[in-house]
Design a protein around this ligand. Structure first.
Ligand code: ACM
Length: 263
């Protein structure tokens, strides 16, 4: 069994030290979870004034005090941590997600599908859709609006993902319908770690949730409270792709009928 903790809180845009200490404090309560998942852009906040503003708040993984704190915590608490991270590389900014193991940073994903103003701020992700090892399981990461694109969930399933960690800053309500459907279609676990609060004119919808391979929401947080949502799962349930004794959601696909998808 794998115990997970999704941290729902209210990062504030530009308040790097406050966000850092808030996450550090909340992490002290997650010591018995093997996997902790934080929201999108948890270190920086979301609603930047413009690209210049965003640029002043970004840093690299190597230079980030926030990442150093997570690495130390993951080692001390013997756990894995997924966090949204505001990342700078040269002149480019990426809306990223990191996977930190007890031994350090072992994975990175950069958001591919940029939402609204993000298009003026970030470069589209350029690391593909990698999976990473977490104990005996395979974990992939997607970030918020990525959820709207069924193709990428399916690619993750075909690569053998057991768990998708989904740091989010949701501002609309479709995810509560779409994400469980993707869990059921692909038969894996999804952990959407959302945030609460308001930044300038944007409010976020909370309701952090966890979904099992049947598409059932097995845990859900409130819409507006700081919370740590705990779940215990058997990730190996994701390996059963049969929905009847004769129907397998991956092996029953007929890719030659789907060629229009690449247009
Ligand atoms: C979003 O992608 N943050 C809505």
């Amino acid at each position: 069994m794998l115990k997970t903790a999704q941290i729902q809180f209210d990062p504030q845009v530009g308040e790097l030290e406050r966000n850092h200490s808030k996450v550090a404090e909340l992490l002290t309560k997650t010591g018995d979870a093997r996997l902790v998942i934080l929201p999108e852009l948890a270190n920086s906040g979301y609603n930047f004034i413009d690209r210049e503003h965003a640029f002043t708040l970004a840093t690299t993984v190597e230079k980030s005090d926030y990442v150093a704190m997570l690495v130390e915590t993951a080692s001390k608490q013997n756990q894995y941590i997924v966090t949204g991270f505001h990342e700078k590389e040269g002149d480019e900014l990426f809306n990223s997600s990191l996977l930190i193991s007890p031994k350090g940073v072992i994975g990175k994903y950069r958001k591919i599908h940029l939402f609204m103003n993000e298009k003026q701020i970030f470069t589209k992700g350029n690391l593909g859709l990698p999976l990473f090892k977490l104990d005996d399981y395979k974990l992939g990461m997607l970030i918020c609006f990525d959820y709207f694109f069924p193709e990428i969930w399916r690619i993750m399933a075909l690569k053998g993902a057991d768990i998708i960690a989904h740091p989010s800053n949701l501002v609309t309500f479709q995810a509560y319908k779409v994400v469980p459907a993707q869990a059921a279609i692909n038969r894996f676990f999804i952990f959407t770690a959302n945030r609460i609060g308001t930044e300038r004119d944007i409010s976020f919808s909370g309701r952090t949730f966890a979904v099992d391979p049947e598409g059932d929401v097995v845990a859900e947080a409130s819409k507006d409270k700081e919370e740590i949502l705990y779940t215990k799962i058997d990730p190996l349930k994701s390996r059963n792709k049969l929905i009847t004794e004769r129907n397998h959601v991956l092996d029953d696909r007929i890719p030659e009928e789907y060629l229009d998808i690449t247009k």
